[in-house]
Design a protein around this ligand. Structure first.
Ligand SMILES: *[C@@H]1O[C@H](CO)[C@@H](O)[C@H](O)[C@H]1NC(C)=O
Ligand SMILES: *[C@@H]1O[C@H](CO)[C@@H](O)[C@H](O)[C@H]1NC(C)=O
Ligand SMILES: *[C@@H]1O[C@H](CO)[C@@H](O)[C@H](O)[C@H]1NC(C)=O
Ligand SMILES: *[C@@H]1O[C@H](CO)[C@@H](O)[C@H](O)[C@H]1NC(C)=O
Ligand SMILES: *[C@@H]1O[C@H](CO)[C@@H](O)[C@H](O)[C@H]1NC(C)=O
Length: 456
């Protein structure tokens, strides 16, 4: 009330010509605020950088390894006798001391599927990769009562159909539901929060709806028991969509970092790219009308019809396991939508230095606050697919070299790959960073705020 009165008064004063005075006052306050902030910020920089340099050699030598394990390592060395080592300070700053509990479910929910080697390598394998990386990370806690988030490791994309080799995810809902029954009956953590601090992975098309066809996915909707939880999913669009109408973190599709590394090792030594525009994948000449929808909304068909004989386009419709060696030889890599907008090509193109040409209207891209997508990719509207040639020519003659230079910024490539052990800035690291921004869901924090003043 007092505040309100004062502002009204000020506004009145302004009306009566005291504008300058109040402006000066506000300006002065602003200058004071900025200089104080600068002062504190710079003294923080100085003190934290001096801490870094004063760290003993042993600690510095580990710095090649993962950032998180470095923080853990430092906490065990003698340096940790100080109230706060640099590593701990940073990890607290970045993840705000995030702790994740990982449920230990019977192997039929997860590791049994690994008997099929494809399970941990195919494009939906983020469900496996994130689980493994979290298991070895130091955000993991074995004490569920001190956890902020609860990770539920259920692999739903590894039941490969013997007919077409694609995952058949018909069992995903019953499997997840049974996992939820199990954890909620045996431990108190699901019930106390309604699952809102529980994290699941849905790396398949149409994510949390667990179906590969959009109309069926929408009709099936997100399972009711998952609606309160946090879903890590590859499916993302910028508009509202029933299958992302849940707290979610958008993740990249899984591409094995080892395959990227070995492709880069065998790449042409001079980095020359002899393919101008590249695409390999399903391109139906006459796409079937499947319940009113056409594969890729016919975009791939248009591209095939228009550019299949074009000398600068290298389009192939058949599977070839060595296709990464083609990406690393290409300037532009086409990433048209399939059934869903996202595509593993996005990750492979960035990782292998080929400019991704995204043709998928309304696609939402992963980690967009870290990966500067507009600077490293091209976006072409679906309706302009038939003009690709002209559009790419234009870019090639104007800003191609800028985009290529941006593309080699390691920050982008790192953020899109899941490593076996978490590495600073990699995909699992980004997931944790995004989870740490949802700390209001942490039951532990909410209840501790009632009892104590959180440290700043
Ligand atoms: C740190 O110390 C704890 C407890 O003493 C131990 O369990 C853990 O393995 C140690 N970590 C490292 C990285 O040495
Ligand atoms: C795998 O998928 C098939 C076809 O959808 C289904 O019949 C089978 O029950 C699934 N397997 C498991 C173990 O869930
Ligand atoms: C959680 O709630 C369910 C359903 O109300 C109940 O069956 C279950 O026993 C509860 N779990 C625990 C650990 O109390
Ligand atoms: C596609 O099939 C649906 C019925 O499933 C029909 O209503 C629609 O007209 C068809 N569209 C085209 C372009 O053939
Ligand atoms: C490059 O040019 C294209 C086409 O003019 C434009 O859409 C894109 O934003 C530009 N990208 C960068 C990084 O300058």
């Amino acid at each position: 009330m007092v505040e309100l009165k004062r502002t009204t008064k000020m506004r009145l004063l302004n009306k009566h010509g005291k504008h300058d005075k109040s402006f000066c006052y506000r300006y002065f306050r602003w200058v004071l605020w900025v200089s104080l902030s600068l002062y504190f910020f710079s003294s923080y920089l100085i003190s934290s950088s001096s801490k870094t340099t004063s760290l003993p050699k042993t600690t510095v030598s580990v710095s090649k390894g993962s950032f998180l394990s470095r923080a853990l390592f430092e906490s065990n060395t003698t340096v940790s006798q100080q109230p706060r080592t640099n590593g701990i300070h940073l990890s607290r700053g970045l993840f705000n001391d995030l702790k994740v509990y990982i449920y230990e479910l019977p192997s039929r929910y997860n590791t049994d599927w690994l008997s099929n080697e494809r399970c941990s390598n195919h494009l939906f394998a983020a469900e496996v990769a994130i689980h493994k990386a979290l298991m070895g990370s130091d955000v993991r806690t074995l004490k569920p009562w001190e956890a902020d988030f609860f990770f539920v490791p259920v692999y739903v994309s590894c039941n490969f159909s013997t007919v077409n080799g694609f995952p058949s995810i018909g069992h995903a809902r019953p499997l997840l539901s049974s996992a939820m029954q199990l954890i909620s009956s045996e431990m108190p953590f699901w019930n106390r929060s309604g699952g809102s601090d529980h994290v699941f992975v849905a790396s398949h098309d149409y994510g949390a709806c667990f179906h590969a066809m959009e109309d069926v996915a929408i009709a099936d909707a997100i399972p009711a028991f998952l609606k309160q939880s946090i879903i890590l999913q590859t499916f993302g669009v910028s508009s509202r969509h029933p299958c992302q109408d849940v707290e979610n973190v958008l993740i990249p599709p899984y591409i094995s970092p080892e395959s990227v590394r070995s492709t880069l090792e065998t790449a042409p030594v001079n980095g020359e790219r002899d393919i101008w525009a590249f695409f390999r994948g399903k391109m139906e000449v006459h796409p079937k009308n499947i319940s009113g929808r056409f594969y890729s909304k016919r975009v791939r068909t248009v591209i095939w019809e228009k550019y299949n004989r074009h000398r600068k386009f290298y389009l192939r419709r058949h599977r070839f396991p060595g296709y990464q060696s083609e990406i690393v030889r290409s300037v532009f890599c086409l990433c048209p939508l399939g059934w869903a907008p996202w595509s593993p090509r996005l990750v492979e193109s960035v990782a292998l230095g080929c400019v991704p040409v995204i043709i998928a209207d309304g696609i939402r891209l992963p980690f967009s606050d870290v990966v500067r997508w507009p600077e490293i990719s091209l976006t072409v509207a679906e309706k302009d697919a038939g003009n690709l040639g002209k559009i790419l020519e234009h870019v090639a003659s104007t800003n191609l070299s800028i985009i290529q230079r941006n593309l080699w910024d390691p920050v982008n490539r790192r953020a899109l790959l899941f490593n076996r052990q978490i590495e600073e800035g990699d995909a699992t690291w980004q997931v944790l960073r995004e989870l740490s921004l949802k700390m209001e869901r942490s039951y532990r924090r909410r209840s501790s705020q009632i009892h104590s003043i959180p440290d700043s």
